[in-house]
Design a binder for this molecule. Structure first.
Ligand SMILES: [Zn+2]
Length: 446
């Protein structure tokens, strides 16, 4: 057996690295259009990838990328789920993203050890490839090589291994997955805060996924990360145009942002409302319409529980270990704050559902709840809006049209107006705003 050529450095599991979650960093919306990935890459002249293929030969599964220049690659494995992570300098992936593992059952046997893979920007100057493995594997090679034709290729060669060896390699490389810091070069919050009129309530809009975490993806349809980003920007424009709110996006480009970072951005900025935007997929192509989710300790129904489970995997999809949740110091004040916040979240969810239904389709059970990590801020009312189902032909067609986006973003903006009008644009007692609502109840499931 030849020694692996990848630079796998033995490292100790470092909680401090994973927990050293960087400062909340966010960007003001009105910057006239975020740099697209193409523009960014043109500016920095990043090497570009023009093709990708999987080749299975004997015991080796190879993932090969045609690339315009040689780059340094650092590869390592992670367990639970079994993944191979390849960290690279910034690369322009000028290829369609491969389908995500939504159709695992139908996967092609010729894909060998590769169940699915994804790639994208991790942060400024960094890209990442994440491979989901169909079984324990070891990395034989992760490097660029120049072929006989003079063209460079990034080659990732994998071979099957046993569970014990895989677990040992994964444990040794856990600290390599990096801290869950989103975008070290993004504008520090303090710098942008000065530009905001402080008397306006601050809304944080959270376009789900981004960068290497593409979200839901079906062949021939745009990935969730792009659909929700366009919607978030349309909503931000509407709110800015109304002049009553300050708005921050948790990302204003195609980059990975961890779930914890999104929550922290809202809390550090002092947001009065957090709206996370997503688009779901289901195997049942007939299910359509929008759904508004709030956080709850117990899910309102099986579908909500499954969706929260799926959305909570976003950090792992980007090749990170999710830090164990710190047990919160629970005292009476904390409990009261969280109870009040959840009451407000429900009021906003209900308001949004009632206004959305005049603009566009709703799921037949449009208000649900489950344990979404991104909605965990104890002091910021938070909802997660699933715009619709990318698995529904009807929804997928609608969600990508500017007309639909304008109409529905307008409905969300009106809901925000109405919610803050109820609250007198400040923080009042939830009982006044939420007349007839009991915080102890959760919306019915089914
Ligand atoms: Zn999502």
């Amino acid at each position: 057996m030849s020694p692996p050529s990848h630079k796998l450095q033995a490292g100790y599991w470092s909680r401090s690295v994973l927990c050293a979650l960087g400062f909340a960093a966010a960007m003001l919306v009105p910057a006239a259009g975020a740099l697209s990935q193409e523009t960014f890459s043109q500016l920095t002249l990043a090497p570009s990838v023009s093709a990708a293929r999987i080749v299975v030969s004997g015991d080796t599964t190879r993932l090969a990328f045609d690339i315009s220049a040689r780059v340094d690659a650092r590869a390592f494995v992670l367990a639970d789920p079994a993944r191979v992570i390849i960290d690279l300098p910034e690369i322009a992936f000028a290829i369609d993203p491969p389908p995500t593992s939504a159709g695992k059952g139908a996967r092609n046997r010729s894909d060998g050890l590769i169940l699915s893979y994804r790639f994208g920007r991790l942060a400024a100057g960094k890209s990442r490839i994440v491979i989901d493995l169909s079984g324990p594997a070891r990395i034989l090679r992760a490097a660029t090589e120049t072929g006989p034709d003079g063209a460079a290729r990034l080659l990732i060669d994998l071979a099957a291994t046993d569970m014990v060896s895989f677990a040992a390699a994964a444990a040794a490389s856990r600290s390599l997955s990096g801290a869950l810091v989103a975008n070290p070069n993004s504008l520090p919050l303090a710098a942008s805060a000065g530009a905001q009129p402080s008397d306006r309530p601050l809304i944080v809009i959270d376009p789900g996924h981004g960068g290497v975490d593409v979200g839901a993806q079906l062949p021939g349809r745009p990935p969730e990360k792009d659909v929700v980003f366009e919607f978030a920007r349309a909503l931000a424009r509407k709110l800015e145009a109304g002049g009553r709110f300050s708005v921050i996006l948790t990302r204003n480009e195609d980059v990975f942002v961890s779930l914890g970072e999104r929550v922290r951005i809202a809390r550090t900025a002092g947001a009065l409302l957090f709206v996370s935007i997503h688009a779901d997929t289901l195997t049942e192509a007939s299910v359509s319409g929008a759904t508004v989710y709030t956080v709850s300790d117990r899910a309102s129904d099986v579908h909500a529980a499954r969706l929260a489970e799926k959305e909570n995997l976003a950090d792992k999809a980007a090749g990170f270990e999710t830090p164990e949740e710190a047990s919160e110091i629970s005292d009476i004040l904390f409990d009261l704050t969280r109870r009040e916040t959840r009451a407000y979240s429900h009021v906003f969810a209900r308001t949004l559902v009632s206004i959305w239904k005049d603009a566009a389709g709703l799921n037949k059970n449009p208000q649900r709840s489950a344990g979404f990590k991104v909605l965990q801020a104890p002091d910021v009312p938070s909802v997660l809006l699933e715009l619709g189902y990318l698995s529904s032909q009807k929804d997928a067609a609608l969600l990508t049209t500017p007309e639909w986006r304008e109409k529905t973003a307008g409905a969300v903006a009106r809901s925000i107006d109405s919610f803050f009008a109820m609250r007198g644009l400040g923080r009042g007692a939830p009982e006044e705003a939420a007349q007839g609502y009991s915080p102890a109840s959760t919306p019915g499931g089914g």
